[in-house]
Design a protein around this ligand. Structure first.
Ligand SMILES: NC(=O)c1ccc[n+]([C@@H]2O[C@H](COP(=O)([O-])OP(=O)(O)OC[C@H]3O[C@@H](n4cnc5c(N)ncnc54)[C@H](O)[C@@H]3O)[C@@H](O)[C@H]2O)c1
Length: 325
């Protein structure tokens, strides 16, 4: 039998705290060599882009593939979203697909979870820190919830070029956190924050890297193509750079690829992969004054670990619909 989980099913069983735990384990497996993570396969049919993201986590006994499509004309022509994602989870012992689940909410939570893990290991440890969030879409919401799981925050400063989006963010989240969320009117005002998340759709830098204060930790998750970046060359140069994967950062992340091309940094500026920091193979933050960056492009190991978690929780709770295919 194959279990079918729709978005509501996934939302009912997936909790950020649990997702942070399994995503941390997934990055650990990547660093320890027990994860299989082939490069993402891209196919471009005439009207869109189809991405296949498989991964296997041996210790976690998790095997899955996420299919994400980006079809710009979907809303106009078919009343469907631009981005659609579904995950197929397999039984590693038999290979059979045991669950097909919606991948939209999963993607947002697992992306938040990676920043949660990075913040846990790399940001300064003190309580009462201020979070700063650039962008206020669904990804940004999960960034704040993840950071709030691993650090006790005093407030959050949010900035979006869309006032409407920022107001919706406050409306959606203010009741879910125990600190104030404040909408600010300029990027500079966000830079008061100790922990910054960039989760925008901007292809060009969104703040002045010279103005970031010492000791700040930044999770950069928005841009993920070679020619797009949210972070300018100044902030890359001033920071210790940790990425989700070295290969991903040097093939997808304009944030590091553009300053590299400009000759402002060389490849050695890439300090470590997140898994290397978690496992102690490389040092994380060295002191309270250095600026740290975690650059996330999104890895299939995050999807696979999260899909296994969702499936296990759904089975426990009796959620979803079983079908014989
Ligand atoms: N790293 C990952 O694993 C991962 C996973 C999923 C999505 N993403 C990326 O995250 C980004 C955000 O996704 P989303 O679904 O929340 O998108 P969204 O379109 O819902 O939200 C993006 C927000 O950014 C705002 N914005 C654009 N330019 C800005 C600027 N200069 N300053 C401040 N705000 C600005 C927009 O007004 C919008 O509200 C996208 O680029 C997406 O591709 C990354």
């Amino acid at each position: 039998m194959t279990l079918i989980l729709n978005r509501n099913d996934v939302m009912s069983v997936l909790k950020m705290k649990d997702c942070i735990d399994v995503v941390e384990k997934a990055f650990t497996e990547l660093a320890n060599g027990t994860a299989v993570l082939p490069l993402r396969t891209n196919i471009t049919p005439p009207d869109g882009l189809s991405l296949y993201m498989p991964a296997y986590l041996k210790e976690m006994k998790a095997l899955a593939c996420k299919i994400v499509t980006v079809y710009k004309n979907n809303p106009k022509n078919y009343n469907l979203p631009v981005v659609i994602g579904k995950v197929m989870l397999q039984d590693p012992d038999t290979g059979d697909v045991i669950c097909i689940m919606d991948g939209g909410y999963l993607t947002a939570v697992r992306t938040g979870a990676a920043s949660g893990v990075a913040t846990k290991y790399i940001a300064r440890e003190s309580d009462g820190q201020i979070a700063g969030i650039f962008g206020t879409g669904v990804q940004a919401q999960m960034q704040l919830l993840a950071v709030a799981e691993v650090r006790k925050l005093s407030k959050a400063l949010i900035y979006d070029i869309s006032n409407e989006a920022a107001l919706k963010f406050i409306n959606d989240l203010q009741g879910k956190v125990d600190f104030e969320i404040i909408k600010v009117l300029s990027p500079d005002e966000v830079l008061e924050a100790d922990i910054i998340c960039t989760a925008t759709s901007s292809p060009t830098p969104i703040f002045n890297g010279q103005k970031v204060k010492k000791g700040t930790h930044i999770n950069g998750i928005g841009s993920h193509t070679p020619n797009a970046r949210e972070l300018d060359s100044d902030i890359i140069l001033r920071s210790k750079f940790i990425g989700d994967s070295k290969e991903g950062c040097f093939s997808e992340a304009g944030d590091i690829m553009i300053p590299l091309k400009e000759g402002i940094i060389d490849e050695s500026h890439f300090f470590a992969e997140l898994g290397e920091v978690i496992t102690g193979k490389k040092e994380g933050r060295a002191n309270d004054t250095e600026i740290t960056i975690f650059k996330s492009n999104g890895l299939a190991i995050q999807d696979t670990a999260s899909a296994k978690l969702i499936y296990d929780r759904a089975v426990e709770a009796g959620v979803g619909t079983e079908v014989k295919i």
